[in-house]
Structures are given as C-alpha cells and as structure tokens.
Design a protein around this ligand. Structure first.
Ligand code: UTP
Length: 296
C-alpha cells in the first residue's frame, strides 16, 4: 500500500474504568475492579502494557468516584522508591521505574454517573480530539503470543476504518454477548462486519463471533454518542453507537489469535489468574507444579 493511503496512526487509547463492578462484590467495595491483581500486577496495568505493545502513546482513563488509587498507581511513589533504594531492592525499583508512564502521557477524566460504556467513551472526546483512537476494556484480559490490540492494529493498517476484536463462542451462549455478522476477508485476520447485535435473542445471532472489548474507532462516533440514546439495560451502549456509525463507515472484525478472559466475573477472574501465571516465564513452571498438586 503506498504511504499516502495508509490510515492515520493510532496514538491514544481510552480505558473506561468507571463501572461499579457489582459482579465481583464484595472485592470491589473499596477497590476498583480494574485494580484487582493478576498475581502481582493490577489488571489495568496488564491491559495498559498491551496498549503500549501496540504503539499507544497516550493513555486516557475515564474514572469515577472511589477510583483515585488508579491515578496513584500510575504516578511516581516517591517515598516507596526512596525506601527501595535505601534497602538495596534495586531490581524491583528498576521495574517500577520502567513501567511508570512517562510524564504527560496519561490523562484522567471523570464519568460522574455510570450511564454506560458508550457514555464513558464519550466522556473522553475532548482529550481524544479529531483522530481515530483505541478503546480497551480493562476487565477483559487477553492472553496470546502477541497482544490483542497489536493484532487489531495489523487489520487497521491493512483495511482502515473501524476495527473490533472478536472471538468465537459456543453458539448456545451467543445471546449473552455482542455478536457480529461475518462478511468478506480484508486481511489475514480481518473481515468486513455485516451486522452487529447486542445480546441477540436465542438462535438469532448472525454468527458465533462475540465482541471481546478491544476497538479502534473513528472520531465520528462521538457525535453519535452525544445524542445519549439509551439501549439495553437503560444504558448508553457503545455497540448501539457503532451500529449507527456502520451506516456511514466500514467496520472490520479481527479474529483474535489468543484467549480473552472476563475478569469482571468470578470464574473469569479465576481463569485469568491461572492463565496469566502460566503465561509468565518466571512463574509458569512453579505454577504448573502447584496447580497439579492442588488438583491431586
Ligand atoms: P461492565 O458492564 O463489565 O462493568 O463494563 P461494570 O458495570 O463495572 O460491571 P458489573 O456488571 O457491575 O459487574 C465494561 C467496562 O466498562 C466500564 C467498566 O468499568 C468496565 O471496565 N464502564 C461501564 C464504565 O466506565 N462506565 C459505565 O458506565 C459502564
């Protein structure tokens, strides 16, 4: 593809973190669900690293009340770093410093009321401005050889437009998810989306590919979300906004080569913890031994 026709680079990503996390109460009574840990890292940090791997340069967090710890987590912890230095714990100190986002690369805005994912994304409109951007749902953890957002970028580079990551599910449970219709191939992992339905009634889903929580969107979505139309559950749904935008712009599906876990549910969080430990070089062997021992 000649350079001039390449779609503009995706520099910014939105992380909507203003939800209440009711499915994993009481854990989320005083801790944001995005700060629950996978072994030693908050879920949100794991997802942020996925965005960084995909080339994202600016990280936008849409937070709510009781979410201040998120801002603290991505800040410099001066007293802690000083103590680690004095105690000679230089390895972990170096790790904390390397993982800290550079000055000026994070933004925080508040969604005053949790009116839905579409509304949370809209809250970041001024920080994003008039350029395409990524959205990563931080309670969805993706584990694969390369990150899900990086794979989305490949489809975006090849086909442009809007990109939505999907995975196959058991057709019997398709009614629980946002499902896309599958059209012609546009790249190795990419295909044209022909339809998009949030929680289709049983046996009416256009396919078994469900939306997993990674998106590349064009800024025109903000004008649509601004209308504040309510959808399923009385919430301003991102899927409804995308369905409207689909009438004007192409949407491409990216079938993720990896597995997505829903850390917002009890069992999904447990699965994610085990899968994450097994994916880490420094932990995998010991984790496998311990899990085998537990299973007897
Ligand atoms: P969920 O629907 O899974 O989050 O939204 P929730 O509402 O916190 O979960 P439950 O159902 O009560 O357990 C997916 C993502 O969108 C964010 C959430 O924080 C989560 O990361 N979200 C959702 C918002 O930021 N604002 C909202 O109004 C809704």
């Amino acid at each position: 593809m000649p350079t001039s026709t390449r779609p503009p680079r995706i520099r910014k990503a939105i992380f909507p973190v203003a939800g209440l996390g009711t499915r994993v109460l009481p854990a989320t009574k005083s801790i944001p669900k995005e700060m629950l840990t996978l072994v030693d890292k908050p879920v949100l940090q794991v997802v942020m690293e996925e965005a960084r791997e995909a080339g994202i340069e600016h990280f936008i967090f849409v937070t709510g009340r009781n979410k201040q710890v998120i801002e603290d987590h991505f800040d410099m912890a001066y007293e802690l770093e000083d103590s680690l230095q004095k105690r000679g714990k230089l390895d972990i100190l170096a790790q904390l410093r390397a993982e800290r986002p550079a000055a000026g690369t994070t933004s925080f805005t508040r969604q005053q009321e949790p009116l839905g994912l579409g509304h949370a994304v809209w809250c970041a409109r001024d920080i994003v401005g008039d350029e395409p951007f990524a959205v990563l749902l931080p309670d969805m953890i993706t584990i694969g050889k390369t990150g899900c957002m990086k794979q989305c970028m490949e489809v975006y580079k090849a086909a442009g437009g809007n990109v939505v990551a999907v995975e196959e599910c058991d057709p019997a449970i398709a009614h629980q998810y946002g499902i896309v219709g599958v059209g012609k191939e546009v790249s190795k992992q990419g295909f044209r989306i022909t339809a998009m339905v949030e929680k289709p009634p049983r046996s009416t889903a256009p396919s078994n590919r469900y939306i997993t929580g990674r998106y590349i969107l064009q800024p025109e979505i903000f004008k649509i979300l601004e209308k504040g139309e309510r959808g399923a559950g009385g919430e301003i749904q991102l899927t409804d906004g995308m369905v409207s935008l689909m009438k004007k712009q192409p949407f491409h599906g990216m079938t993720y080569n990896g597995i997505t876990y829903d850390c917002g549910s009890k069992l999904g969080y447990l699965q994610a913890t085990v899968a994450y430990a097994l994916s880490r070089k420094d932990l995998a062997d010991a984790a496998r031994r311990e899990i085998a021992a537990l299973l007897g």
